[in-house]
Design a protein around this ligand. Structure first.
Ligand SMILES: [Zn+2]
Length: 266
């Protein structure tokens, strides 16, 4: 369980996830977060930063240090995305650190009455003592859908956000009161105009940009012609598995699902 307001001590040893304004501090772009004692941390920290215990990796505690200013040395503040090249456990704790930091930063005041919020002692929640409004860290579920057809082809699309030549499986946010499966069916219909069937759940991955939870499905093509949604999807095509274009790296859930299908998984 995540514990906030952990007291700092010079000899506190752990993995340190120093987060400010959505970015994480790293000694260099290819470095893991510092693994050291509290008193060996960078000098710009002044000891007043709130400390949260996020969990542990192989018995070594992982801490969030929530730093509110971003000091000089911009080149040492990175998107947690760069930690996809580290171990899955490091990325998972970085994702947690970024999301908890964002929660603390955006829940200082009550969204209902505007009073100051206070952190609850026994769980990670912010509570308004005036009106009783209570908030938990926000998590936005997303579905990734890999559609395959009976010619053993995979549907890949390029969204307006992606560079030319880079394709991925379809993705979208789950709407209020929708199941993951309903969201998958709706997103595919909206984005490329086809109907799917026979959804198979593949897994999930926290995605702290800023607070998503990716879930993935493989689905079979059922009917319809490919028609791309304007403004959202630039192009979408059926690809033979031995002729895939540039796709997301395997550290991402979409990359893992594409690799699974390319190796014959259905
Ligand atoms: Zn309130």
């Amino acid at each position: 369980m995540i514990k906030h307001n952990v007291p700092a001590a010079a000899d506190l040893y752990g993995h340190w996830f120093i987060v400010s304004q959505g970015k994480i501090w790293l000694r260099s772009v290819d470095a893991a977060p510092p693994l050291c004692r509290y008193d060996q941390l960078p000098e710009f920290l002044d000891g007043t930063e709130p400390l949260c215990l996020l969990g542990a990796i192989d018995g070594v505690d992982c801490y969030l240090l929530n730093y509110t200013d971003r000091p000089e040395a911009e080149e040492q503040w990175h998107s947690a995305r760069v930690l996809l090249q580290q171990s899955a456990a490091i990325f998972e704790h970085a994702a947690r650190a970024c999301q908890v930091a964002l929660f603390l930063q955006t829940h200082r005041y009550c969204g209902q009455c505007g009073s100051s919020m206070h952190l609850v002692n026994w769980e990670l929640a912010a509570l308004c003592h005036k009106c009783g409004h209570r908030c938990y860290p926000r998590i936005n579920p997303c579905v990734l859908i890999a559609v395959v057809n009976d010619k053993n082809q995979l549907l890949l699309a390029r969204s307006a956000r992606h560079k030319t030549g880079f394709f991925s499986i379809l993705a979208g946010f789950v709407e209020s009161a929708e199941t993951l499966e309903q969201a998958a069916v709706r997103e595919v219909k909206e984005e490329v105009g086809i109907d799917i069937t026979n959804l198979r759940y593949m897994g999930s991955q926290p995605w702290p940009f800023p607070h998503s939870l990716m879930t993935a499905f493989i689905a079979d093509y059922k009917s319809g012609e490919l028609v791309c949604q304007p403004d959202e999807i630039e192009e979408a095509h059926w690809y033979d598995l031995d002729q895939l274009p540039e796709v997301p790296m395997v550290a991402t859930l979409s990359g893992q699902v594409i690799q699974y299908i390319a190796k014959g998984g259905r």
